[in-house]
Design a protein around this ligand. Structure first.
Ligand SMILES: [Zn+2]
Length: 593
């Protein structure tokens, strides 16, 4: 895969950045035997399942499956692209970065992106500086009414847009073009081609990504408005609202300081800031969009418990219900807090302070309980037909719980609410359960049958290639291996291994990370992380696997000849084909059943 640098440079870069040394710059690692271990930085965990293989120079997390070489680690940990990760590693190793050769379009795109980042910082500085101007009085009054002092304003880089055209003049004076201002989402173009500030006369909240770069803005109108209070940057090259989380940098800091226990998700960035001001460091908000699976994944890097704390109105309720599903599916422990009297978090913490806030959070409901109580509020449980509907809703949620004891806790809750005997509820639940399981079972059985034959072949290929890759003493090159590989990825690996063997070198496992996107190519991933079983007679196993490869090859030859036979009418030719098939069948039978 051409990634813009020579293979030579990449090799040297990796040699000069030992993976253990590099990763320990970011997280704590400890050695146990041959392997180094750490708590995975890519998913939340308390006991280490993140392993670093020093000899082969790659990492692998047994919890979430993340794996890769040192470049991949830096890309992921720092949210950098390949080029920037190489640049960083070159700095660590005091190496000069060679010229970057890549697709012209890619280079252009990269330059464009860097310009946008710079433009956004300059715009943010300008908006912040505006607060000192006399035109900013309404903004300062508003910020004071929200009890935000200068230290918070500075911390969050809050600013103000004093007009519609001054930002254009300012950015032009710094050398930016109108197109760049539009691409960065700072300006809009109107009919007639004129451009103006996209956030004219609004309070400006810069939005940062995990790296701390400004990627966009959220602008709030002062006072009442007929249109939406907040306007966020539209999708740009650097702004993707489906994964951005407001406040994620504070979460990152809290995690580093070891003070992060859980994450609170609130509705707006104003809530995040007010809470922070009151000493609550763990609140985040989505940017004018519903929570997505990609938000959930980002949150899970930092904590395994989240508390949903949306506004008490209908919209907030809907958002809560939608978010529960996404967060639970991401494997997070989800709690729900409803603020009394329809207050929003900002109002609540301003009125009652941090200790009241903490207490309210500690009384949050586990999502199952929240849903059951919410269902109950939709029905009049004194009416039999409504009671039945409520039970059906509740059982559907309880069914999704993993353990029977957990199910029992909530069945008891439903029992108390409905006065229906728990054994009756249990039997209803079982009926719900079995109906679903049988359908899934049938599908699974069919799938397994289809895959069975292929599996023994694929398993054999994986064992053979992994053995060769790790240069096991029983593993030998054999032309019959490559002639029976039907997957171009396997062929590619085999050729690489063959070349290394012929030059008396041991293949470098982490090389595969250059050749493939290992994490997303499960077959390759299985080979890199192959689990060799100690004590097996590997000599014999290698022979057996090779035999399976050859037999599979013979079978497919027989199949294609049989198909050909059906199309041929010339008798002589038919005879020849039949002879050939006979020969292949005999050969296959010689190799055992
Ligand atoms: Zn992990």
């Amino acid at each position: 895969m051409d990634k813009g640098f020579s293979q030579d440079f990449i090799e040297k870069l990796k040699q000069n950045n030992d993976i253990v040394t590099t990763i320990s710059k970011y997280i704590n690692v400890t050695r146990k035997g041959k392997t180094w271990w750490a708590c995975c930085p890519f998913h939340f965990e308390k006991t280490p399942s993140f392993a670093i293989n020093e000899i082969e120079q790659y990492y692998h997390c047994f919890g979430c499956g993340a794996s890769g070489d040192v470049i991949n680690f830096v890309c992921k940990y720092e949210s950098l692209d390949f080029y920037d990760a190489c640049k960083k590693l070159a700095e660590y190793a005091n190496m000069e970065l060679p010229e970057y050769h890549n697709d012209d379009n890619l280079i252009k795109l990269k330059k464009k992106r860097d310009r946008i980042y710079n433009l956004l910082v300059d715009a943010a500085k300008y908006y912040y500086g505006n607060l000192k101007k006399p035109e900013a009085t309404p903004a300062l009054e508003y910020l004071a009414s929200r009890k935000l002092d200068m230290s918070i304003i500075k911390e969050y880089g809050i600013g103000y847009s004093i007009g519609w055209h001054d930002i254009v003049t300012h950015l032009k004076s710094l050398g930016y073009t109108e197109d760049e201002m539009i691409d960065a989402g700072v300006c809009d173009r109107y009919e007639g081609g004129k451009i103006s500030d996209a956030y004219g006369k609004r309070i400006i909240f810069p939005i940062f990504n995990l790296m701390g770069n400004v990627v966009g803005f959220s602008g709030r109108v002062i006072g009442k408005a007929d249109f939406a209070k907040y306007k966020n940057t539209a999708q740009t090259l650097v702004f993707d609202k489906s994964s951005l989380i407001y406040g994620i940098n504070e979460i990152k800091k809290a995690k580093k300081q070891g003070v992060l226990k859980e994450i609170v998700i609130v509705e707006g960035q104003m809530d995040v800031i007010s809470l922070y001001k009151s000493g609550v460091q763990n609140a985040v908000a989505c940017m004018g969009t519903a929570l997505t699976a990609s938000h959930a994944k980002n949150l899970k890097r930092f904590a395994d418990k989240v508390i949903l704390c949306f506004d008490g109105d209908n919209a907030g309720k809907k958002a809560t219900l939608r978010s529960i599903e996404i967060l639970v599916n991401a494997g997070l422990l989800v709690y729900v807090v409803t603020i009394p009297d329809g207050k929003d978090p900002d109002e609540f913490v301003n009125a009652f302070g941090k200790s009241a806030w903490d207490e309210m959070l500690s009384n949050g409901l586990y999502w199952v309980e929240f849903l059951i109580k919410d269902f109950a509020s939709n029905y009049d449980l004194s009416k039999p037909e409504q009671k039945t509907k409520f039970i059906a809703d509740a059982l559907n949620v309880i069914k999704s719980l993993g353990s029977e004891s957990e199910q029992e806790i909530y069945l008891k809750m439903v029992q108390q609410m409905t006065n229906i005997n728990i054994s009756v509820l249990k039997s209803d639940l079982t009926k719900l359960g079995t109906q679903n399981v049988t359908q899934e079972d049938i599908v699974e059985t069919v799938d397994n049958k289809i895959n069975l034959k292929e599996n023994s072949y694929v398993k054999s290929v994986k064992f053979i290639i992994a053995s060769l890759l790790y240069k096991k003493d029983y593993a030998k090159l054999d032309d019959r291996i490559i002639s029976n590989l039907y997957n171009s990825d396997y062929v590619k690996i085999y050729k690489y291994i063959e070349n290394e063997y012929q030059n008396n070198r041991k293949p470098i496992v982490s090389k595969l990370f250059d050749m493939f996107d290992v994490e997303n190519t499960s077959d390759i991933y299985d080979i890199v992380n192959y689990n060799f079983v100690a004590g097996d007679d590997n000599n014999k196993h290698f022979e057996d696997c090779l035999n399976i490869l050859i037999k599979t090859g013979l079978s497919s030859q027989i199949d294609s000849l049989t198909a050909k036979l059906a199309k041929v009418s010339d008798n002589n030719e038919r005879m020849e084909i039949m002879q050939e098939i006979k020969k292949l069948i005999a050969e296959k039978n010689n190799r055992g059943k």
